[in-house]
Design a binder for this molecule. Structure first.
Ligand code: SF4
Length: 649
């Protein structure tokens, strides 16, 4: 039987386990990436491991999430990150150089390699045939130390693309269509492998828009094979020698196959406040629009901004609407500027942001209260824009530009008819991506050779080994789809404490209940209760580290998002699955006792745990964990375990 492309790459990198769906496998990691909000902890943990240098082929540290300097904290973090990259041998991308996924795609992503990144949209370079997975920061530290990355062997699902995109439909509509069909949970435990003539018709930047938003489907990763288009893209980035031909075997067997005829697609839009709340643009046409933003790691490339620029050429945006362009990388903004498109957009009324995550996580360009914002981003979770009552729609750059011109949501095909002289811009790559590399510092050019820590930079907390019993209050009962943004908000006023866990913990779950952190501290810990898909969203390990710091021993949820569940193990918190009936019955404030001897049961490989509620009724909770995850839990978290292992060697 032939292999899928995913299986081929995994096979090449396999160090433990078998490629059977659901089995845990260990793989060798070629490249790692970190960004600034997760990166400080990655390096503090790497420091705690007491190794001299990174062991992977390549590591890259980006500064993209928190680039604005409100006080010394972000600047100190960036200086620390530069010093860590220099000390241990990683590339360093300066603040303002761009979003990690865009800069990595441009400079380092390579077909056939494995990439592990401490950001949930790490799968973006799957569009270039790299098998890229988002993970917690601690996994990155361990991978940088030469340790394998462990993951449940995903099911490989084939998305077969037929036909070609019609005018005004874009790669963004392909992924919005899949979100509409499959939902934000549709990709859990899966890798989506794109094949077929429709896949061949897409350029690399279009493919990376799709692989980027595979994360919104909950997928472990998404990947395309390589071909002349991949070779051409690498050549334009002056990296043709990194091309490797990759495709699945003709007789590869997939767990499932989904066919999408690209010629059936039309401009789509995700309504507030979930990326899978997708409808045709025409269905919401006429809704007044206050703000439009083109950019982010999803649609912030040259090829994404250029169509909007073409639509705005010799026109003006509507007086009641503001439009911002937030390029994904300085390479994109530099080329657009050299070609004169920046001036065209400015003349049309566009404001420019530096190449950072910015508005995507509520840093700058926060929408006005009770207003509508159309964004080309990948997420529109409630409150992510910086205000609780936001109304954020997700769409393609073409739909965004059309709304900016009209001042209301409009199908760009209808606007083109109305204006009479506006053509579908299509997709166009520059002859050469000839942006400067001034903001990338390679290990050879390192400016520091020792760590520089400012006063807001603490140490990596190390957990305590698991005890026999868990007994405490259900401190918080939450609903379905609690995101890592709910657990630790990514807004600048909070995340500036990312390197200072004691302070950051005060904000844990404050978006759900602002009394939670204080109650947890007063009661010396307890347990959390949640519905389905607990911890969806980003790979932010602070979302497990802070509850650990507050003494949370266990989370009882109907189901867990993959990366967050791994993070709970890594920080010694017991993730127990409960059924719907138990979830419904438990009330916030209930007394919860895990009656089973936890430490013994975890070590013995037991899956069923008895939970006693209010000393009155009992339910069964399930621990779905591999042997390795049990060892981590038992040791009190991965950092303590890895440190002990290195000390023994
Ligand atoms: Fe940055 Fe937003 Fe992309 Fe995350 S999703 S990397 S915050 S632009």
């Amino acid at each position: 039987m032939g292999q899928t492309l995913t299986e081929k790459i995994l096979d090449d990198h396999l160090v433990e386990g078998e490629l059977e769906p659901g089995e845990e496998i260990g793989i060798e990691i070629d490249q790692v990436l970190t960004q600034d909000t997760t990166g400080t902890m990655v390096w503090l943990q790497f420091e705690a491991l007491e190794l001299d240098e990174i062991q992977t082929e390549l590591a890259a540290q980006y500064c993209d999430h928190q680039t604005y300097q409100f006080d010394f904290k972000n600047t100190d973090d960036h200086r620390f990150l530069r010093s860590a990259a220099g000390t241990y041998g990683a590339h360093f991308s300066r603040p303002g150089n761009g979003i990690c996924h865009n800069v990595h795609k441009e400079n380092f992503a390579a077909p056939g390699k494995t990439l592990l990144g401490s950001d949930s949209h790490t799968p973006t370079p799957g569009g270039l045939g790299e098998l890229a997975i988002g993970a917690g920061g601690l996994d990155i530290s361990v991978a940088m130390g030469g340790g394998a990355y462990y993951v449940e062997m995903p099911e490989v699902v084939n998305i077969r693309l037929e036909g070609e995109l019609p005018e005004w439909a874009t790669a963004k509509d392909v992924i919005l269509h899949l979100l509409r069909e499959l939902s934000v949970k549709g990709g859990v435990g899966k890798v989506f492998e794109y094949t077929g003539p429709g896949a061949d018709s897409l350029t690399v930047p279009e493919r990376t828009t799709i692989t980027n938003m595979g994360t919104e489907l909950g997928a472990t990763s998404s990947i395309f094979g390589t071909d002349e288009k991949t070779k051409d893209y690498l050549a334009r980035q002056d990296r043709e020698d990194e091309y490797v031909e990759l495709s699945p075997d003709e007789d590869a067997e997939y767990a499932d196959q989904i066919t999408v005829d690209l010629s059936d697609l039309e401009p789509l839009i995700a309504k507030p406040s979930m990326p899978d709340n997708v409808v045709p643009v025409s269905e919401v046409a006429g809704e007044s629009v206050d703000q439009v933003i083109v950019g982010s790691c999803t649609n912030g490339g040259y090829e994404d901004i250029l169509p909007a620029a073409k639509m705005l050429e010799d026109r003006e945006i509507n007086k009641k609407t503001e439009m911002i362009v937030a390029p994904g990388s300085k390479q994109a903004s530099e080329i657009l500027a050299r070609q004169g498109w920046t001036a065209e957009m400015m003349a049309a009324g566009v404001n420019f942001s530096e190449a950072t995550c910015g508005a995507c996580i509520g840093i700058g360009h926060v929408p006005a209260s009770d207003s509508v914002s159309l964004r080309t981003f990948n997420r529109n979770f409630e409150g992510r824009s910086g205000i609780e009552d936001d109304s954020v729609y997700l769409c393609s750059p073409e739909v965004a530009a059309a709304a900016a011109l009209k001042g209301e949501i409009v199908d760009p095909r209808d606007l083109a008819d109305e204006l009479g002289d506006m053509e579908a811009p299509g997709i166009e790559l520059p002859d050469q991506y000839d942006g400067s590399k001034a903001d990338l510092i390679s290990p050879d050019e390192a400016v520091d050779d020792e760590l520089i820590k400012g006063p807001n930079i603490g140490n990596a907390p190390i957990g305590e080994p698991l005890g026999a019993g868990i007994h405490g209050e259900a401190l918080l009962k939450m609903e379905d789809n609690i995101t890592t943004d709910h657990i630790i908000p990514a807004t600048s006023d909070i995340l500036k404490f990312r390197s200072n866990i004691e302070k950051l913990s005060e904000f844990t779950l404050s978006r759900v209940d602002d009394t939670f952190a204080q109650r947890a501290m007063d009661s010396d810990g307890g347990v959390l209760v949640a519905g389905e898909n607990y911890g969806q969203g980003s790979s932010r390990e602070h979302a497990a580290m802070c509850p650990q710091f507050l003494g949370i021993d266990a989370v009882l949820a109907q189901s867990f998002a993959r990366i967050h569940k791994a993070n709970l193990f890594n920080f010694g918190i017991l993730p127990l699955a409960i059924d719907e009936e138990t979830y419904e019955k438990i009330e916030q404030g209930d007394d919860i006792e895990v009656v089973t001897d936890v430490s013994e049961a975890v070590d013995a490989g037991e899956t069923e745990f008895t939970v006693r509620v209010n000393d009155d009724w009992e339910a069964t909770a399930t621990l779905n964990a591999s042997e390795r995850e049990r060892r981590i839990l038992s040791a009190g978290g991965k950092l303590r375990l890895t440190k002990e292992q290195y000390a023994d060697e």
